[in-house]
Design a protein around this ligand. Structure first.
Ligand SMILES: C[S@@+](CC[C@H](N)C(=O)[O-])C[C@H]1O[C@@H](n2cnc3c(N)ncnc32)[C@H](O)[C@@H]1O
Length: 307
């Protein structure tokens, strides 16, 4: 499908939706103790970052092809159906990459090194969400101590949320804060690197069986470069697992993330795999432990194609 021309009616929907979601994301996404005031410029900039073609595409997908139905209405949860899981089923990607450069801008464009200079020995999601993620990992990661297995935990910290006692010969953590990475018991080595300055991953082709990234894909301002690099360093059939909730350091998250909701986030991450190329169709999984009561938890994962 070709990238669609702007539609004024959908832009109106987008405006209402963007404002509502911006407020919701701000209310829910910031770690409780450190919520900053909401500067009014942010909402305007965030709305301007929402591409019309993207909104149109979302509306079409959500309406099964009828472009006049709003995405907001379609995304309202129906009993037993997760909008996040639905969004990547039968998805029709636009021919062209649907995001604009401004979609990857952030309210705080100052150095990430400064922002992450002090260690944060905290958890960024609540305990039920962590347990759900660990349980998911226990089902999909290679068994502990499998010879030859290598794993990369991208955007890592002092915790990776892998099953208790999980070990492999090589588990590399990449992140921004060395003190945090040093304390992470599961890592066999670590690399401190700002992926927004240097998205080149310092590993040979076909190195890793699995790449994980927990609640951090929204901080990547060059996701296409990073996802292409992920494809390069994964072994054939290697698995990439991006997980996220509805929290973030919103001043550091990209504008297309802070202006959209959970199902859109799954679409955005799915798009990263799709446009990076060389991945199987991405899949979204909703592993939220108590929908509406505790932090939601979502996975968007894909395997590198074998050929
Ligand atoms: C919300 S924390 C999540 C940390 C960890 N994955 C966890 O679950 O506790 C965000 C992480 O993203 C990483 N990060 C943020 N910006 C980054 C950048 N520009 N380059 C590399 N990593 C970055 C930092 O290492 C930071 O620890």
């Amino acid at each position: 499908m070709a990238t669609l021309a702007p539609r004024p009616d959908l832009l109106l929907v987008a405006l209402r939706r963007s404002r509502a979601r911006t407020l919701r994301v701000r209310a829910a996404a910031v770690p409780r103790a450190r919520r900053p005031p909401v500067p009014p410029q942010a909402a305007r900039r965030v709305f301007l970052g929402l591409g019309a073609a993207f909104v149109d595409q979302l509306a079409r997908m959500a309406s099964g092809g009828a472009p006049s139905r709003s995405f907001v209405a379609a995304a309202r949860p129906r009993q037993g159906v997760s909008p996040v899981e639905e969004i990547l089923k039968n998805v029709e990607w636009p021919d062209e990459f649907p995001f604009k450069p401004d979609d990857f801008s952030r309210f705080d464009e100052s150095s990430d090194t400064v922002f992450y200079s002090a260690p944060r020995f905290v958890t960024h999601i609540d305990d039920p969400a962590i347990r759900a993620l660990t349980k998911y990992y226990s089902q999909v990661l290679p068994p502990s101590n499998t010879p030859g297995v290598a794993i990369l935990d991208m955007c890592s910290s002092w915790v990776s949320h892998y099953p208790a006692g999980y070990k492999q010969e090589k588990i590399v953590g990449m992140g921004m804060n060395e003190d945090e990475l040093k304390k992470n018991p599961v890592l066999t080595e670590y690399v401190v690197q700002d992926l927004n300055l240097n998205p080149k991953l310092p590993f040979d082709d076909n190195t890793f069986d699995v790449i994980t990234n927990v609640v951090s894909v929204d901080y990547l301002t060059k996701p296409m470069d990073v996802f292409k690099e992920m494809r390069r360093i994964l072994k054939p059939s290697g698995l990439a697992i991006m997980s996220f909730s509805n929290r973030c350091f919103w001043t550091k998250a990209i504008s297309i993330w802070t202006s959209t909701g959970d199902a859109d986030h799954a679409w955005i991450v799915g798009a990263y795999y799709h446009y990076a190329g060389g991945f199987e169709p991405p899949e979204a999984v909703d592993i939220s432990p108590n929908p509406g009561q505790t932090d939601p938890m979502y996975i968007v994962c894909s395997r590198k194609k074998t050929a």
